[in-house]
Structure formats: C-alpha cells, structure tokens
Design a protein around this ligand. Structure first.
Ligand code: DGL
Length: 271
C-alpha cells in the first residue's frame, strides 16, 4: 500500500483530564514522528465518579472533536471511559477512524502470563463495570480476579503526592486489604496510576508483578498503524493539548504527567 497524506494525520488521545498524558508520553517517546492531538475533559473530571451513561455521552462528543481534527487513530486513554464507552464509540463512529482502548491491551498482556490470582485497582466507574474480571475470565476461566475501587488515588496524584510518605501510607492502606493476599500480579487500571507505580512496586518488594497500560497500549498503537501502513515518517506539526476547562493549576499539574512543558489550549466543547 502506498503512503498517503493520511500518514501525516494526527493521533487523537483523550482522557477525563490529564491522566491520559501518561499514555501520550509513552506514545510520543515510542513514535517520535507522530503528531498528537490531546483532549482532556477537565470540565467533567473526575469520570471515576460519573455514571456510565454520562461517560458515554462525553466520549461521543470528544471523539467528534478529534475527528474534526482529522485524527487517523483515537486512543481512549482513560480506563473509566474505555470500560463504559469503547463499544459505544466503535458503533457510533463505525469505520471513521481506528480506535484503541486501554483495557484490552492490559487484559491481553496479563492473560498471556496465566496467573492464578490477580488484583485490579481503579476508579469506582471502572470497577463498577466489572470489565477486568469479565475479560480476564473470558481468556482464562480458572483465574481469580480481585478488584477494588481506590478513589483517593486520583486526587492524591493530581495534588502531586507521588512516591512520598503520604502516598505510601494511602497505598498501604488500600493494598493491605486481605482480599489481595496471594496475588501474583496487580493491574493499575487507571491512567493516573503509572505515576505511583514505584510506590506500589516498593510496597510489594518484588513479590508481585505490577502492570500499567502505558507500554502495552503504545505497542497496540504502533502495531495497528503499521498494519494499515499509517505510521508517519516525519513530524511536521507540533502536538496540541486541549482541555475543556482551563485552570492554571491543571497546566501546572501537567508537569508531573508529561516529560515536556505543555501549553494547554482551552476548547469549550460543552458551551
Ligand atoms: N485516568 C482516569 C482513568 O483511567 C481516571 C480519572 C478520573 O476519575 O477521571 O480511569
């Protein structure tokens, strides 16, 4: 297949806010020729506390915005959104672009290891769907999956409490729950949590394998674009980062999620 101008089109990445920047970061590092259009729905943050219907409605509108920017691929860089709305946007925008979610790549990576017992931590919205249990059990019927909503972690991370005494104590409180006794792997099923992966790994002291979705999602992005011959060979435009509600504190917080300084542009898609 010959290369077309489609290769030059950007990759859209979105999240409820800035957590998906952990995924954007990994994609930018692995695919430096790609241009990213990021959208953080800070107006509705946190999705973790919203209903599945509300999240589906937000996602449909955000995808429309990204399609207006000609995105050749759209990555739903939020577990709450991926679990509630992946199939909705696939159906609604059938054939209009390539979609990547963050749940399936993580499930596939973990299922390949054939563990007996794994833990999942995520927002209330993600845990409420039971998506990780359902998908892991569909892959491996004898796996035991224990899940827990950990709602303090997102605000904690956004306030910059990562890998310090306070985050260590909150993480310990959650992970010491006896339901997690005997797990071989812990899945960080929220795109904010890579920022506290080090804390979580220290808690387990090498006895439990800790997974997040950044690298596995990046691999799926790369493979899907390569398969359709849509990888860009030269980046021409700068990345753009939009939020639906701008505050200087969000811009400040982006520094912990993304390697480089970011200028956030406000796009009031809900006005
Ligand atoms: N980053 C989002 C996720 O992966 C959580 C943030 C939120 O609650 O909006 O689920």
């Amino acid at each position: 297949m010959a290369k077309t101008t489609k290769n030059k089109q950007p990759i859209g990445i979105f999240d409820s806010g800035i957590g998906g920047l952990t995924v954007a970061n990994a994609v930018c590092r692995a695919l430096p020729n790609e241009e990213i259009i990021y959208f953080g729905d800070t107006f509705h943050l946190p999705y973790g506390e919203k209903s599945a219907d509300a999240i589906r409605y937000y996602c449909i509108k955000i995808v429309k915005f990204l399609l207006e920017h000609n995105c050749k691929m759209i990555v739903i860089a939020c577990n709450s959104a991926s679990s509630a709305a992946y199939h909705t946007v696939l159906d609604f925008y059938k054939g209009e672009t390539i979609f990547v979610d963050v749940v399936n790549p993580l499930v596939d990576a973990v299922a390949a290891k054939e563990y007996h017992k794994v833990g999942v931590i995520a927002t209330k919205a993600t845990i409420g769907t039971g998506i990780y249990e359902k998908k892991l059990l569909a892959e491996q019927s004898d796996i035991e999956v224990v899940s827990m909503a950990t709602p303090l972690l997102v605000p904690m991370i956004e306030e910059g409490f990562c890998n310090n005494d306070i985050s260590e104590s909150i993480i310990k409180q959650y992970l010491s729950n006896e339901k997690f006794d005997g797990i071989e792997a812990m899945l960080l099923a929220c795109t904010h949590y890579p920022l506290i992966k080090q804390n979580i790994e220290s808690f387990y002291n090498g006895k439990v394998n800790v997974y997040d979705s950044t690298d596995v999602v990046t691999t799926v992005v790369k493979n899907k674009l390569a398969k359709k011959n849509l990888l860009n060979d030269q980046k021409e435009n700068a990345h753009r980062f939009f939020v639906s509600d701008f505050t200087p504190s969000f811009e400040e917080t982006t520094k912990i999620f993304y390697d480089q300084e970011i200028d956030l542009e406000e796009k009031k898609i809900w006005a």
